[in-house]
Structures are given as structure tokens and as C-alpha cells.
Design a protein around this ligand. Sequence first.
Ligand SMILES: [Zn+2]
Length: 128
Amino acid sequence: MKIPDKELVKRIIKQKLKECGVIRSQEKLGKIVGNELKEVDSSFSITPERTRRIALEIPDIEIKVKTRKSDVERPEKCPVCDDELKALYAKNLDNKKTEVGFRCEKCSYHGDIEEFMPMRYEFKKTKG
Ligand SMILES: [Zn+2]
């Protein structure tokens, strides 16, 4: 098993998104990119998770994150890219500020107080 070079993976992600338009899950993206890598070298191997992390580094790729409810503690850091999360506030009926959610400024991740577990990813090429 060989770990493919990041630049090669980036090129393939861009290429595939150009062909497919939108890819609607991390697993699907990982599979498509994995298959293409095997064409280059049959010993290349990549996980959907690593594919997604590399996709996050490409500026003209848009990633949407769908979230679901969870019982676990809210994340300290962005569960998608590990960056800092920024709290979002709203005023309640008593005019007090309450935290209603949080978002990441680096990627497109945002969650609310109850629904924050990443459930599904959507990848799209934005230009070029
Ligand atoms: Zn993030």
C-alpha cells in the first residue's frame, strides 16, 4: 500500500468534480478518487476521510456539511477541519443573549446547539 502525494490527490479531486458537478458524500468522493488513483498506481490507497481533508484545502471546492442531532458534548474545535469555532448568539425573549450555535470561519461548517454532528458532505467545484 502506498500513500499518494497530496498534490496528485488534489488534481484528481478537481478533475472529478469538474466531470461530476456535485458529489454528494464523503464515501463517494473517496471511492471515485481512490479508483482514479489505482489507475495511476495500483498500490495507492486513500481513505474517504483523508480525501475529504485534502478537498478542504482546495480553495475552489465548496463543501457543504449536513448535521444531525447528537447526545455527545458540543465540539471544541471544528469537526470538519479542526479550526476554531465561533459561537453564534441570538437574543431570547428576555432580551438576553444566548448561544444558539457555532460556525467555522475556515470551512463551511456550522452547527446549532443540538444539531452539530457532521452527517453528510457535499462537494462542488466553484470555478475554473
Ligand atoms: Zn472548519
